[in-house]
Design a protein around this ligand. Structure first.
Ligand code: ZN
Length: 173
């Protein structure tokens, strides 16, 4: 009688379909996860903006979400931006509130699309009329486009791909 290999029940019930992320670095977050600061949800290997309460409680019913800190909130704590927007020129002085509001609204919309893209700080008078720091290069670029589209002026994009940094300079005199 041939020797039959014994399989424990665990061998058969082991689910491999949820372990696609195993080869990733150990810092990979277990899913689902919720950011304790901003409520962003990590599932399907991506972060999405905080969802409505009803959807969220449904997910929590399926499996308790891990409480964590999303990369953007970590970045805000360490204060290490990936993008800057510098605003200068006389036009800024006479339209400061409008311009800043436009940038804040644009950043808010960007965060709805991608919760990791965020404006970190709006700083007046630090060598520029206004400096906006962002968590992503792309957001700095997007803010540059938005201010140029709304208020004309000229915009210059300076990317350093080595250290993943975007510096966007806008001015209108
Ligand atoms: Zn967060």
């Amino acid at each position: 009688m041939p020797v039959r290999r014994r399989y424990s029940n665990a061998t058969f019930t082991k689910r491999v379909d949820h372990q696609g992320g195993r080869h990733r670095p150990s810092r990979a977050i277990s899913e689902p996860a919720v950011c304790k600061e901003c409520g962003a949800v990590y599932a399907g290997r991506r972060w999405t903006a905080a969802r409505s309460t009803s959807t969220k409680s449904q997910d929590e019913h399926l499996r308790p979400a891990e409480i964590t800190l999303c990369p953007a909130c970590k970045q805000q704590r360490t204060g290490e931006p990936c993008g800057f927007v510098f605003l200068d020129g006389d036009f800024f002085s006479s339209h400061a509130e409008e311009i800043e509001q436009l940038l804040r609204n644009e950043a808010k919309r960007a965060a709805e699309d991608n919760p990791l893209a965020r404006a970190m700080e709006f700083k007046r008078g630090d060598g520029h009329k206004l400096t906006v720091s962002t968590t992503t290069e792309h957001l700095a670029q997007r803010l540059g486009h938005a201010v140029e589209k709304a208020f004309c002026g000229s915009v210059h994009y300076d990317f350093s791909h080595e250290n993943k940094m975007a510096r966007v300079s806008w001015r209108r005199d």
